[in-house]
Design a protein around this ligand. Structure first.
Ligand code: HEC
Length: 228
């Protein structure tokens, strides 16, 4: 009985006050004492700091392979439109001879040459990535060709084969590369590739219109010449 009373007294007089007083309150620059500091505050790595245990020792990691970006507003919980969502999904037609044939009809360009923004953005990227070989006009006379530095001259987009080529085929070739041409999926996302192709189609349409115009005026000129 006496022993129990002593224990209670010890707890009440020594241990309880000791427990409370050992935790000094935070004030000013002093964050306060914490018994389980490592559990309360996890030690985060700086984004670009070295990390001894990760591949390449980089704290900042790339998203997991095949990660698809969220389209829409995650905070508001709203979804993006279906076109933006489709454009963010990976391109799945395989890089095979069968895939090349399938691409001609299976791929559909979501943009048209009437879409001014698509044509302008397409031109922007075309001039950066493609004009060096294909030429600004698309005639295959880019600077590295005319300078004689590059022997695998690209075709003119105005050759009948390319005039007839579907946008789906073009998309496939630009995504995976074609013979001497390297793939461009590393630099241009799906939306940008489609816009570049929209621009090529615009160049072709302008060329076809110019051809039609000369074909119309040519007989007239002949007729006028005859009349003279
Ligand atoms: C280094 C030079 C070079 C660059 C840069 C280049 N191309 Fe090409 N491209 C070629 C050559 C060469 C061919 C002909 C390939 C073949 O059929 O042998 C070609 C072919 C093509 C074709 C026809 C593909 C087919 O299926 O026959 C398209 C479409 C095309 N290029 C678009 C582009 C676009 C768009 C870009 C820029 C994003 C681009 N190219 C950048 C050299 C280039």
């Amino acid at each position: 009985m006496v022993k129990n009373t002593l224990v209670v007294a010890l707890v009440a007089v020594v241990i309880v006050p000791a427990t409370f007083t050992s935790c000094k309150k935070a004030s000013g620059d002093y964050p306060g004492d914490s018994y389980t500091y490592d559990m309360n505050y996890s030690r985060a790595y700086e984004t670009y700091a070295l990390h001894p245990e990760l591949p390449n020792h980089m704290s900042a990691l790339m998203p997991v392979a095949h990660t698809v970006p969220y389209v829409g507003n995650a905070v508001a919980g709203t979804k993006g439109d279906s076109l933006s969502m489709a454009l963010n999904l990976p391109y799945t037609i395989p890089n095979t001879p069968e895939g090349y044939l399938l691409a001609a009809t299976a791929n559909k360009n979501p943009f048209t040459i009437q879409d001014k923004e698509a044509v302008e953005t397409g031109k922007h990227f075309f001039d950066i990535y493609c004009a060096i070989c294909h030429g600004k006009a698309g005639d295959g006379k880019g600077v590295i060709v005319t300078s004689g530095k590059y022997t695998a001259a690209p075709p003119s987009y105005f050759d009948p084969v390319y005039m007839a080529m579907t946008e789906g085929t073009m998309f496939h070739s630009v995504s995976y590369g074609r013979n001497a041409m390297q793939p461009y999926a590393y630099a241009l996302n799906k939306q940008e590739r489609w816009k570049v192709i929209t621009y090529i189609k615009k160049l072709q349409a302008d060329y076809a219109a110019a051809q039609a115009a000369t074909a119309q005026t040519a007989p007239e000129t002949a007729a006028t010449a005859e009349a003279k």
